[in-house]
Design a protein around this ligand. Structure first.
Ligand code: GLA
Length: 374
């Protein structure tokens, strides 16, 4: 396997100084990134280090090598989304949606099992990447939407089969968290419109957690996952606080903060969002972290200066999160990056990750390691 070589001597020197304050600078040629890992650095704070996973990543030795060296948790980037987990013909025959994990999902679950990874499930109830036909009479998109009662019955079958299938196939134990609902809240805190809502009603999120709580093994934490968390955290708090049973106990275990950020974002606002969300008493996870260069409106090109700013941002973000974990201000057991190599990222044009397209560690990698250093 080709080892990822160090990107900058300066970065390593500062890393060596951070980890071993008295250490002499180490020559870049002699040292490989493989000697330090995100998962070891995060383990010091009791949390898992995750990446998203695609079929290509497990088929490529260089990529899977980095994953096994750096991470201990994976989330499938696409293969477990609703678009990929139903068998339409079987659903028409059965009269309810039939779950059938495809060969990519099975291959990645087998890979994760063999290599000893933990898994985050992603995702069940979402407005996007979901087949329209599950909402229509006779599973035919040309027919009217079904009634609330029918859609609730379909949701019940759907969620129960997810967990029974994972158990039957021997994968359930790999999962420690599952995104039950993804992106249900608008930036202004109102409920997003979607076919789940149009069929079931405003309480569709409640029902999703009700069924997940009923069918998921106790060992899998049930998450609500969303983006722009630093803007809509008050709306998120209001929504998750409704996810309780008759006795007032939560049906949900945690809030997933996607963490699709920019180097010019305000970290104080981000930490305020985290602490406010944590005050609900729920766990938090960062689930899809990537830090693009510049701002949403004005993406900057990668150069020495912008990559150094990205390193600082990752450092300060990770440091701030670890301090809050260590002091008990937030209850977090995992931080997942939405990939690791820029060219494979959904935001590949914005250089948001820790390794470049040649799989060299970027300054951002060292920002993360130094931020997590005790
Ligand atoms: C959202 C979803 C992810 C993924 C990204 C884009 O954040 O939760 O599954 O689709 O968008 O890659």
């Amino acid at each position: 396997m080709k080892k990822a070589k160090l990107f900058l001597t300066a970065a390593l020197t500062s890393l060596a100084m951070a980890v071993f304050p008295m250490a002499a600078p180490v020559a870049a040629e002699e040292t490989e990134v493989t000697e330090i890992s995100i998962k070891d650095a995060f383990a010091e704070h009791g949390i898992k280090a995750g990446t998203c996973l695609s079929p290509y990543m497990i088929s490529n030795a260089d990529l899977s090598g980095i994953i096994t060296e750096q991470f201990n948790s994976v989330t499938m980037e696409n293969a477990m989304k609703p678009d990929y987990i139903f068998d339409k013909n079987a659903s028409i025959t059965a009269g309810y949606p039939v779950v059938e994990f495809n060969s990519d999902a099975l291959a990645m679950m087998n890979w994760a099992k063999e290599k000893g990874f933990s898994l985050r499930g992603h995702t069940l109830v979402w407005y996007s990447q979901t087949p329209d036909w599950i909402f229509h009479e006779e599973f035919n998109s040309a027919k009217p939407l079904v009634t609330a009662d029918v859609m609730l019955d379909r949701m019940d079958h759907y969620i129960s089969q997810i967990f029974s299938t994972l158990e039957e196939k021997g994968y359930a134990d790999l999962f420690y968290a599952y995104d039950i609902v993804n992106e249900g809240v608008n930036d202004d805190g109102t409920l997003r419109d979607c076919l789940w809502r149009q069929t079931i009603g405003d309480d569709y999120i409640w029902y999703a957690f009700y069924f997940a709580d009923k069918y998921a093994p106790e060992t899998i934490d049930l998450y609500y996952n969303d983006y722009n968390e630093q803007f809509k955290y008050n709306g998120l708090v209001k929504m998750v606080e409704t996810l309780v049973d008759e006795e007032g106990n939560y049906l949900i275990d945690g809030i997933g903060l996607q963490g699709h950020l920019y180097t010019k974002d305000d970290l104080n606002t981000y930490f305020r969002a985290m602490e406010t969300l944590s005050a609900t008493g729920l766990k938090l996870q960062v689930t899809e972290l990537d830090v693009s260069l510049g701002t949403w409106q004005n993406v900057l090109a990668a150069d020495e200066e912008t990559l150094a700013a990205q390193k600082d941002f990752y450092h300060d973000l990770v440091r701030g999160i670890m301090e809050r974990i260590d002091s008990g201000k937030i209850n977090m057991d995992a931080l997942t990056f939405w990939g690791f190599a820029d060219h494979l990222s959904w935001r590949g044009d914005r250089s948001p990750l820790l390794f470049d397209k040649s799989l060299n560690a970027k300054p951002a990698f060292y920002g993360v390691i130094e931020g997590a250093a005790k």
